[in-house]
Design a protein. Structure first.
Length: 110
């Protein structure tokens, strides 16, 4: 995989899971609890979006027993997004992590 392809994947994944899904879940949680605090930090929305991210059929089929790593990634990137409300940061973090992991696996297998 080339880095541009990885960056494209990171862009679309972050737009979908953090930009759309987590944003909607945080708004819903804020509405349910009727507080501004829930909108700034929404633990239920964060956990739900991380689980949906990790157990996405692509993640499960591609990474099989290692897809649990995506739970932690989803929690970290989701917390960053909830704190900053900036998708650029999560897109860059996602791309950098995947490029590093891909490079490490490729090096180990060669």
């Amino acid at each position: 995989m080339v880095p541009w392809f990885i960056c494209g994947i990171a862009l679309f994944v972050e737009l979908n899971f953090r930009g759309f899904l987590l944003g909607r879940l945080a708004a819903l949680e804020s509405e349910l609890w009727r507080s501004g605090v829930a909108q700034r930090f929404s633990p239920l929305a964060l956990i739900a979006s991380a689980m949906l991210f990790a157990f996405d059929p692509f993640m499960v089929n591609t990474f099989q027993h290692l897809h649990w790593i995506a739970v932690w990634d989803g929690l970290i990137w989701g917390a960053i997004w909830l704190h900053t409300k900036n998708l650029y940061i999560t897109i860059v973090a996602h791309a950098i992590e995947v490029i590093i992991m891909y490079s490490a696996v490729r090096y180990a297998l060669s």
